[in-house]
Design a protein around this ligand. Structure first.
Ligand code: HEM
Length: 406
């Protein structure tokens, strides 16, 4: 049964977010709502309503129009999905929560390090991190939790190396990123965010006397030393990278491994032909759409979309999971098929806020999955599928842990 509540009009509204029944399939309510039309009103936890967009065409167009659909987290009308997300403005303003020129100028400061060409140069470093972690995994005897031995450390070690921060700090990164994204309540999330910011300001100060050829050194010489940014602003940019890149990649590693293990025919094809790896990662991105609950907007003016009038100040939820399973955009969308064309999938968003780290994410996932299934061909789940514990009520779709053996 679907949870609903009664709107002031007497109309029954679905409560949002809805839950996934299976870790890799979107909530079934998305399909029901999409059949009624591209836009549906839903009820948020705080009683407000918002528009849930479920079809690919409208989602893509609305992503692209940042003037009509703003990301301004400071706008009191900006939709929030849970109490603990109220702290997000303070820590995410630097990129996710900005519009227009201020957003563009911040994005430009990071972009040169995240182009496909630059990320290509990072592949040997990412490969050596993946090799080390798999060596560590193989030192265990039997069931291990893949999320904690590979999923968490891989992205944090990689981003530490990119930033030029010592490897010893990586645990702090993982703990704080989890603290912000997964805290049970607002107070804990705010505390984790403050601690992280205090700590990063000290990292920036230490780096000033130890500059190198890394991202943080570039930010210091080109932005901090020129007076363009303060050390707190530099730290907030690092927080944005952490929030954007840590839990997302961890989720993709856990859920991606599970999906491949649960589709042995697809995994066998991938093993036979490693050239299928980039397509397989792209299909995992589409199929899993783990950042489904993160792409929120607020309407800046009254506007009509697909016959519905969205009022200024209305919250909008651009569901990447629903759009990526739209049969109008992808044939047989609920099938996991690593050979399909995934062109136009929206798992990394679209438009001005499109994922800054998409090339890095692809490289990390291609290297990790390629190496994991080559080095451990007998990898399998250590518990029945129905005992795999999914995260519920969190900002990103993912797994608490993934017990595996070989
Ligand atoms: C692994 C899977 C990943 C997924 C599914 C993902 C998804 C997304 C999505 C959907 C957005 C758009 C948000 C919006 O429109 O409001 C986004 C933005 C962003 N992502 Fe990712 N991301 C991933 C990995 C990464 C990585 C590895 C990094 C960097 C280390 C990163 C950094 C960012 C940043 C900084 C933004 C904000 C861009 C802006 O506002 O201009 N992401 N991501």
């Amino acid at each position: 049964m679907t949870e609903t509540s009664t709107a002031t009009t007497g109309e029954e509204l679905h409560e949002y977010p809805m839950r996934r029944g299976c870790p890799y399939h979107p909530p079934t309510e998305y399909t029901e709502l999409a059949e009624e039309g591209p836009l549906s009103q839903v009820r948020l936890y705080d009683g407000r309503t918002a528009w849930l967009v479920t079809q690919h065409k409208e989602t893509r167009e609305m992503f692209a129009d940042a003037k009509l659909f703003s990301s301004d987290h400071d706008n009191p009308a900006f939709p929030i999905l849970a109490e603990r997300e109220k702290n997000f403005p303070e820590f995410t303003q630097e990129l996710f929560g900005l519009d227009g020129e201020p957003h563009k100028s911040r994005r430009r400061m990071l972009l040169p390090r995240f182009t496909a060409k630059q990320v290509e140069k990072l592949r040997p470093m990412i490969q050596s991190v993946a090799d080390e972690l798999i060596d560590e995994l193989l030192r265990h005897e039997g069931p291990v939790d893949l999320v904690s031995v590979l999923g968490r450390p891989l992205p944090s070690r990689v981003i530490c190396k990119m930033l030029g921060i010592s490897y010893e700090e990586h645990e702090l990164f993982e703990v704080h990123a989890q603290g912000i994204m997964q805290a049970p309540d607002l107070e804990k999330a705010v505390e984790a965010g403050r601690e992280l910011l205090d700590y990063l300001v000290k990292v920036v100060q230490a780096k000033q006397t130890n500059l190198g050829d890394d991202l943080l050194s570039t930010l210091i010489t080109e932005r901090l030393n020129t007076g363009e940014l303060t050390s707190i602003e530099v730290s907030k940019l690092m927080v944005a990278l952490l929030i954007g890149g840590q839990e997302t990649t961890t989720s993709m590693i856990g859920l991606g491994t599970l999906t491949l293990l649960e589709h042995p025919d697809q995994l066998a094809m991938l093993r036979e032909d490693p050239e299928l790896l980039p397509g397989a990662v792209e299909e995992l991105m589409r199929f899993l759409s783990i950042a489904d609950l993160t792409t929120l907007r607020v309407a800046t003016t009254d506007v009509e979309v697909a016959g519905q009038v969205i009022k200024e100040g209305d919250g909008v939820i651009l569901s990447t999971a629903a759009a990526n399973r739209d049969p109008g955009a992808f044939e047989d969308p609920d099938a996991f098929d690593i050979r399909r064309s995934t062109q136009g999938h929206l798992a990394f968003g679209h438009g001005p806020h499109r994922c800054l780290g998409e090339n890095l994410a692809r490289a990390e996932l291609e290297i990790l999955f390629g190496t994991l299934f080559k080095r451990i061909p007998t990898l399998r789940l250590a518990v029945p599928m129905d005992q795999v514990s999914m995260k519920v009520g969190m900002t990103l779709e993912g797994l608490h842990d993934l017990p595996v053996t070989w």
